[in-house]
Design a protein around this ligand. Structure first.
Ligand code: FAD
Length: 364
């Protein structure tokens, strides 16, 4: 079978890696970018075989997660599914190592895809080629004014030990008049070294110095004089919509709606999806691209997003209530998109009722 994968990001690279287990498959990957912007991908490692390639290049992991807002501090312990991070370039390289020698990596940009009953056709400026199946991971289009998670992070080295390398701070809320849903994300990999990220949820990004000032303000609380080692930045449109699927052309990754819209997580979902797709290809069954989370989880993400947009202060209170409502296992299952019904009800029950109900009903 002749298969094309369009895009070699998280989902394309992981799918190619899983499919490489079968010798008979003839795989071509279309990826125009010679290198990609480096950044971290965080996920909860529950031991699933889908995370094998990520586990090989894991940079660090944490058993405890903190949520902070002023004097309030909540902690959730996740020793059974530690929060783990991989470097995006290391991960792609780790997947590339699994590819067969026969796999073609074609450094061309796909300009169109079409299909007929016999084949799917991939067109670039240089070629037009037919395949039995095409998996398309090109970034999707989003409606204008979509809420975005936008951030800039700095790896810093402190002059003295101040961090706890066992605990990742997922959200330390620092609302600002101009960015009411703003928080600092802290990933310490030693007592002195950490990634400190200034993150906002709003429709438009800020100039880079805005985030740098927030990081500086945060670090001032830990002492004077730090060294900046590296910087990373990005933006994630918070939209979980999925695109349509053809018979032979299938969307994967963010394009297929793997993003958890209220948190910006998609990495674990992409890997799980890739593994399930590979199993279907091996079993020669009719392909059905698996959903990345349950419909109820998707709905809960949408309600939370609406609250963030309409009442950011109350959304912060709701986020701070999550660690109290769920234990570590329930929390990681919810974040990875396979929570139990009991967990979802505990979460609904544990969140502030009035704002969540008005957000659910779409009241302004
Ligand atoms: C900076 C950043 C940090 C993130 N951090 C996390 C995180 O910590 N945890 C988490 O769970 N999620 C995170 N996400 C969200 C999500 O996991 C990533 O966006 C992830 O990369 C999505 O995977 P993907 O394969 O769908 O898309 P991508 O990884 O973006 O891959 C798409 C690929 O398609 C290629 N492409 C584009 N156009 C064409 C074309 N015309 N022809 C051929 N190829 C093309 C691109 O070059 C790219 O390589 C982050 C996103 C960003 C942007």
């Amino acid at each position: 079978m002749k298969i094309a994968i369009v895009g070699m990001g998280a989902s394309g690279a992981s799918l190619a890696s899983f499919l490489s287990a079968k010798e008979e498959l003839e795989i071509s990957i279309f990826e125009p970018a010679l290198s990609r912007k480096n950044h971290l991908w965080g996920f909860w490692d529950d031991g699933s075989p889908a995370f094998e390639a990520a586990r090989h290049c894991r940079q660090h992991s944490w058993d405890s997660l903190a949520f902070v807002h002023g004097e309030q501090r909540r902690q959730v312990d996740v020793p059974q599914s530690p929060y783990s991070v991989v470097n995006s370039r290391d991960f792609i390289q780790s997947c590339e190592k699994n590819l067969r020698d026969s796999t073609k990596i074609i450094r061309e940009s796909v300009i169109s895809l079409s299909e007929n009953p016999r084949e799917a056709i991939v067109k670039t400026r240089e070629r037009e080629e037919g395949f039995d199946l095409v998996f398309d991971s090109r970034p999707p289009m989003f409606p204008t004014n979509t809420l975005q998670q936008h951030f800039l992070g700095r790896w810093v080295e402190m002059p003295s030990p101040v961090f706890d390398p066992e605990t990742a701070t997922l959200m330390d809320f620092r609302p600002r008049p101009e960015e009411p849903f703003h928080f600092i994300y802290v990933l310490p990999i030693s007592r002195t070294r950490a990634l400190i990220e200034s993150t906002c949820y709003s429709p438009a990004t800020r100039e880079e110095n805005w985030y740098r000032r927030r990081i500086h303000d945060y670090l001032q609380e830990w002492g004077e004089g730090y060294e900046i080692l590296e910087e990373e930045s990005g933006q994630i449109p918070l939209h979980s919509g999925s695109s349509s699927q053809g018979e032979r052309i299938k969307s994967i990754g963010l394009r297929s709606g793997t993003l958890r819209a209220s948190s910006g997580y998609a990495f674990a979902q992409n890997l799980i999806q890739s593994q399930k797709i590979a199993e279907q290809v091996f079993d020669s069954v009719d392909l059905c691209i698996p959903d990345s989370c349950l419909p109820m989880e998707k709905w809960m993400d949408e309600v939370m997003l609406r609250l963030i947009r309409q009442r950011p202060q109350q959304a912060i209170e709701a986020m701070m209530a999550v660690p109290g409502a769920l234990d570590g296992l329930d929390f990681t299952e919810f974040m990875t998109g396979h929570s139990k019904a009991r967990t979802r009800w505990s979460l609904i029950w544990g969140l502030p009722k009035a704002p969540m109900i008005s957000a659910a009903l779409g009241w302004q």
